[in-house]
Structures are given as C-alpha cells and as structure tokens.
Design a protein around this ligand. Sequence first.
Ligand code: AMP
Ligand code: TRP
Length: 368
Amino acid sequence: MVVGEVRVASLVPPAPVDSLTMTLTAPTTSATISPATSPATSTFPASPRIFSGIQPSGAPHVGNDLGAIRNYVALQDSYEAIYCIVDYHALTSTHDPAVLRERTREMATALLALGLDPDRCTVFVQSHRPETTELAWLFTTVTPVAWLQRTPTYKEKRQSQPEDVNHGLLTYPVLQAADIVLYKASLVPVGKDQAAHLELSREIVRAFNGRYGETFPEPKAVFTDAPVVLGTDGVRKMSKSMGNTIEIFAEPDVIRRQVMGMVTDTQRILRADPGRPEVCNVCQLHRFFGDDYAEIWEGEQTARTGCVDTKKLLVQRILDHYAEPRERYRELMADPGRVDRILEEGAERVRPIARATMDEVHAKMGLR
Ligand code: AMP
Ligand code: TRP
C-alpha cells in the first residue's frame, strides 16, 4: 500500500471532528450520507444497512478511531449498523489462540468503550456467524485470482511476513466482501487505507450478480474527514504491525512516550528554525484534537512554538479526549461476562439475516 500519499497539507482548519463528515472521494467507491433510496430489488433491505469489520490484531490506536471508529459511532443512530471483530481475518497473521481470544475481547471492549451501544447497533465476532466462510468460498468461484494477486495489502504482506504467505492472505478480500454482503449491507465505514479492498468487494459483488442475477447491493465506503493517519515515525501508515501507533487505552505514561517520541519535521534542527507544519505529523494530529489547528500551524511555521511544546500539548489533548472512554474501558474489562453476553446476543441477532441470504444464494447457485 502506498503510504503517506494522503498527507494533509491544508491551512484550512477542519470541520469539528464530531460532525459526520463523509467525503465523496470517488463517486463510485464512497458515499455521502443522505436519505436513502431503496434499491429496486425486493431482496435488498428497505433502507441501507451499515457494516464494518475491525481486526483484533492488537491495541486500538488513534488511526483506527480517526479513520473509522468515530464514524461507526456516529452512524449507529441513523442506520441499522452491524460491527464485527474479524477474528478469521486476524488468523492470517496471529497464530496464538490465547492471544487471539484475548485481543478479540479487548477490541470488543474498546469499541463499546468508544461509544458503540448494543441497544443501538449490533456488535459481534466474525467466527460466531460462520456463514460468512461459506459465502466467501462461493465468492472465490466468481473471483479471478489475478484480482487478488494485485491487491496492495497482499503485496505488502508478502513483503512483511515472507515466511508466512498463507492462502488466507490472498483470499482475505473475498472474505471481506462476504462479511459485508452476507448482511446485504451497502455502506461501509472504513479508513482510507481500505479503499482498494472496498473496490474489490464491489467487483466481486458485480461478478456474482452478473453470473447469478441481482442478489447483492454494491457496498460503498464511508470515510471520515481524516486522511490515512501516519504513525509516530511520520512516514508510514499508523499500524499495529509497524509498531508506530499511539494507543488509545494505554497507560498515560505510554501515550506520553509514544507522542514525545514522534518524528516531526526532520529539516527543523534548531528551535529557532521555522517549521513545515504540512509535513509535521504532530501538527497534523492536532487537527483532530482541538479547534486551534490554524494557530498551531502558524506557531510551528513561524517558530513561535517548538516541537516539544506542540508534542506536550498533543499528549494532554489525547489524554483528555479519551478520558471517559478510558474509564469505561476499565469498567468493562473488569466485567468480561458482560462483554461476552453482548457479543453472543449480537451474533444471534444477525443470524436470521445471514440465514435468509444463504437460502437465497443456495437457490440462485443451484445448491439446494
Ligand atoms: P484494522 O486495524 O486494520 O482492522 O483497521 C480497522 C479500521 O481502522 C479500518 O477501517 C481501517 O481503515 C482503519 N484504519 C487503520 N489504520 C488506519 C490509519 N492509519 N489511518 C486511518 N484509518 C485507519
Ligand atoms: N480489512 C479490514 C481492515 O483491515 C477489516 C475488515 C474485514 C473489514 N472485513 C471487513 C472492514 C468488512 C470493513 C468491512 O481494517
């Protein structure tokens, strides 16, 4: 995946981060959220359904929240929303059963702490609704191998885990397409790093509909106003696997260390040197944690402020911003039975939708 290509270089202060800002980056692949028209086919839900998945591959970070989770939270009030912790996907890189189980619960707890409300949306674990794997197999039969081989994440993973280029890495996007349309969802809140996966989901759906008749809606990405968030190295995408994250629920000291260690403008050597806020990731992150981004930009550009000041301010703002979710996270982690119940109920709640889709697919494909 090309990282850093969507670095923000705007002087314009952003819209308030809590607002539901959906960007229309490409008409075919992303959606503006407006009153829905229901598709003509009666097998589609009457109003658009939301689905997204997140891997339980480690501690949730600021990139996850800015890129995706804050939209999960916002969308649960306007749509029927289904959110899934994708443990099958995580198996392509995480092979320790105890670790996977623990991370799955942690990710569920994190999503609840950040504002997903089981009374307003459904949260469940992918492997608790195994119909998705059957649909993924059926989808492999309409998916040319070449589409999968040219997926950016597959090429990346071949590099980053050359000792473990398992078949799941190749088929990953097929399972993702199945996740989404098993529930006939058509809107998918994800970070911009997922644009290629979403495009592939659409192609797979088109291939299926083309062969077996109109069955699934083509899913569209819903983006926040955040770019692909860069990591503390200031160069690569913030990602658990790169070890360049700012963790949302880590102890304050860890967050302080992560932020204070961020790489800023490498050409700004002396405190008195003017900075380049457009390439300084600390400044870019301020955009999402306060309403004085323009001032911070100006301070850095004119050397009125130094990198250390700007970082200290960012630490404080991140800690303040996530103070309440951190409290809820602690409470929920102390009550794992409650989280497990929410997840079990979630998987039960979506069972009828999954069964109905599979019945329709079986009939259309000549399986039953
Ligand atoms: P993952 O942790 O890869 O399962 O990602 C979960 C969600 O967070 C997905 O919607 C991603 O697109 C989003 N996401 C992950 N990393 C970033 C990032 N660095 N910037 C923006 N969004 C991200
Ligand atoms: N590939 C996504 C990621 O790495 C996770 C994912 C799996 C997903 N299935 C999904 C996202 C369905 C959206 C919809 O972040």
